[in-house]
Design a protein around this ligand. Sequence first.
Ligand code: F6R
Length: 607
Amino acid sequence: MCGIVGYIGERCAAPILINGLKKLEYRGYDSAGVAVFDNGALKVVKCKGRLKCLEEKVANETLEGKVGIGHTRWATHGEPNDVNSHPHISNSGKIAVVHNGIIENYIKLKEFLQSKGYNFESDTDTEVVAHLVDYNYKGDLKEAVMSTISELEGSYALGVICSDCPDMFLAARKDSPLIVGLGRGENFIASDIPAILEHTRDIYILEDKEIAVLDKDNVKVFNIYGTEVKKEVFHVNWDVAAAEKSGYKHFMMKEMCEEPKVLKDTISPRIKDGKIVLDSINIEPEYLENINRIHIVACGTAYHAGVVGKYLIEKLARIPVEVDVASEFRYRDPLLSDKDLVIIISQSGETIDTLFALRESKRKGARVLSIVNVVGSSIARESDEVLYTWAGPEIAVASTKAYNTQLAVLYLIACDFAKKRGTIDDEQLERIIEQLKEMPSVVDKVLQNKEAIQKFSSEHYNAKSIFFIGRGLDYALSMEGSLKLKEISYIHSEAYAGGELKHGTIALIEKGTLVVCPMTQDDLLEKMISNIREVKARGAVVLAITQEKNKEVEKVADVVIKIPDVDPLVAPIAAITSMQLFAYYMAVQKGCDVDKPRNLAKSVTVE
Ligand code: F6R
């Protein structure tokens, strides 16, 4: 969601900004622009559409300046068009601003600025920031930005340049991500690491309400009171290739193919001498003995991982678990105390609703353990304890490998808590640990079977509506399978508990309706077979996903995608890969932009 890049140094800024923005395309956007300080004035070039359009427009200008800010916009206030694109410039032409987030009090500020004679061109909330900095500017840009952010309500990551100060620019953030890249004789800002990785691996992670003042040789960071803050340099240790397609047609396929490796990276270091060791957290047996409840809170795919987590923790550790969508949890005045553990799940670590749910939980005294992929992200920093999913950068908008690793961490947590509470015997624990260790090779085998899924998709990609049904853990999987399909193929889809379909939704099943059935739970297999018979009796075409051993499924389903014979408890990690592949091939067959689906953003940093 909105990407920001800023540059100051000895090189021509515009190409660096545009290249950086390309690396942030995955975040989702509908327009783009740059502002460069050039020959004594600020020049702004911006347009609706892809970065290619911006590149063409920039090629027709002479933009030689060495200081600039760039932006990809995901529309919130005002439709995607040239005028609403960022950067926004003050009426005086002195101040240019790029912004990610939402200024909640922008109407009040706009009225105030209009009363002072400022004219507004766009429908955006961001334009108030450009005019407000201009209004507050009395010769000191840092002071002007500080006064401005003290008046802003809502969320922001900002890049600000001023034609009076050609040798510097400023950045500030609150509740929207922003990093500072530290180069030699040049410095950068960006919404995310891939944008600057080819230039530097040393970064500062800005905290809320911090302001960075950058020139080409120095970066100084100040708090809201203007006091300089000593920042620690964070060294990025993943390589550039991790954020490149490396020969794959789509990031999504590359990321699915990485699942065996990232599962190994996530699981192996946490199993030592046959025992689960979660040494980055310190949840004591006494705490778990007296725990009231666990709340798992997340959005989208991460929420679906949480639903699996509920099954696992309740089954193995016998602790009651509630799972909530973060945007609901944060506003429903949840009942929390110091005896509640809140598990936050987030790939990006920056999803605003999830971040605010975390803060609400801490405010109410609950302990917060997060499962996060992006090291040093806001959620990771603000949690009491963190377990990282070592999935590496996930660029495709549709989350795949991060989900599998979120599941892996939830298995580890459920087993760890169960062991500490004495609710699992050694034999069962050993069996699960052995199965978890096998998961990378099991998922590898699922990936090797991709042609079968591709073939099925090539025959059914014209489907108008697809239902996913499952029971138990397979119901949780159905939700994720259905989300994956709809977000990238735009095919309408719904997920239902196998037993629930007949309470209304079965009315939609007619001749030819496609129904996808994950069937990995031995004790529920017969029940699911009955559910398949029900939909088949109404003309449905059934695709089942099940372990090789379940021969009886072949007798009822039209097509069966086999996964290796794994224990039902750990089967979701393997079965979901088939469903991700299914969504992928359906979208590819339909000619959809798999990595950048319409209307979606990778990191949802606005409410
Ligand atoms: C779907 C998807 C989203 C995210 C959701 C939460 O493929 O990626 O549903 O799972 O926006 O994002 P994170 O995990 O970054 O908090």
